[in-house]
Design a protein. Sequence first.
Length: 471
Amino acid sequence: MKRVAIVGGGIAGLAAAYELEKQRLAGADLDWQLYEASERLGGTVSTTRIEGFVLEDGPDGWVTEKPWARDLAVELGLKDELISSNDATRKTYILIDGKLEAMPGGMRMMVPESLESLEGCALFTEAARAAYAAELARADELKASAPTEDESVSSFVRRHFGEEVLEKIGAPLLSGVFGGDVAKLSVQAVMAGFVTMEREQGSLIAAVQAKLKARGNKPHPPIFTSLRRGMGSLVEAIVAKLPAERIHLSQPAMSLKREGKLWCLKTMKGTGKAKRHFQRVLLATPIDATKVLLESLSAEAAALVPNDASSAVLATFCWKPEAASQFLVPTGFGFLVPPDASATESLLAATFADQKFPGRVPEGCKVIRAFFGGASAAALMEQSDEAVTAAALKQLRAIFGELPQPEASLTTVRRWPRSLPQYAVGHLERMAKLETLVGELGGIKLLGNAYRGVGVPDLVRDSRAAVRAEY
Ligand SMILES: Cc1cc2nc3c(=O)[nH]c(=O)nc-3n(C[C@H](O)[C@H](O)[C@H](O)COP(=O)(O)OP(=O)(O)OC[C@H]3O[C@@H](n4cnc5c(N)ncnc54)[C@H](O)[C@@H]3O)c2cc1C
């Protein structure tokens, strides 16, 4: 019988456990156990449900284009729970000089589907519109000079559209997802689709237009998908399929050593330690824990695990109908703030949660989720909930004017320290080396958001594929 340990009970570890349990029930001769450091499962995926409000503590949905989270949800019996983002009223704003300026419609990240959509858009100066037009005209030159080496997101966006587009849309969009610095992020790792487009067509605008044309009249799927009762219901549905006796909460892994042909995993259990042996170990831990566990096995491998990770601090505010009717929130999903390295408590983004997905709040209520990332999140991480909410409200008030006081009992603050690993330039190459080195150890596999994608669908795909490949 193969004994398998899963270390870490975030969505990556849980998806692996689900797949292992499926294989076991189908007759595979295996025994798996999952060790989670905290008292709960799900990691960053967590939903607070209170007084009819569905408040997301971490991810609030997933990109529909990536089918793997949906597939899992359907398999778990959640088909009727799937909801689509309110795309008919989809708009994203960028905070420029204290004002929310709408991004033009029909954008694929920073790439417009047509130059016409940029006309009359207050977000861009004439120079930025000219840079967009020039990109289309420079297709041959861009194709001929497409680099084979990796480069930063900022260098890639700047080459195509210039500094203004990078600062106003490129940086806030990417920082909003990866929490990181576009001057360091690897374009090959985080925007692989655009890199391919550049190689094939030179101009990204031309490539996006060609895709649209090929698509014809097929309706666009919703941009985001989520679950009626929140992302936490994905975790709950997985956990419901797993035998409780295989899950060990509050048991952080402390060390991993080779003993003969087996891996010896030591965990903290209460005030003592527990030691168990396994043939296989799936490490689905955040980067700092993974580095500690790998260090004594292969310092070289440990060093290849990403070092930098961005933190997130979220403050969510709810207003019941009477207070909600006293202020206006523009139609749309939320706004992004161009990163400013000198600002210490600057929001990175905010979501108009009641407008992004249907049915998240009782009739007539409003919810804004404010998101601090990067240096601001690091600065606020150790501060009190009151300090975090005060910092967020101050900025929201500067934008929306005199916001009424949000419901105190519904205000939440969540901290996710070092939760978003940075895929720095050269990431894919380092990950290939890391995979080889870890493969040589025999029986260990690295799962989680540090390697092959940070989104929930990526992690579900990756963990399930890793298990299917071997068991
Ligand atoms: C604020 C925020 C918003 C996001 N929004 C979205 C979104 O809308 N859509 C989307 O697709 N993605 C989103 N993401 C990304 C996505 O949610 C994460 O990448 C993903 O949930 C990470 O899952 P994971 O299992 O890799 O890690 P984690 O969720 O970090 O889980 C790791 C687990 O390992 C445990 N652990 C740590 N050390 C040990 C140890 N020594 N032993 C045992 N266990 C240990 C931890 O307690 C934790 O439970 C968001 C992320 C953040 C932070």
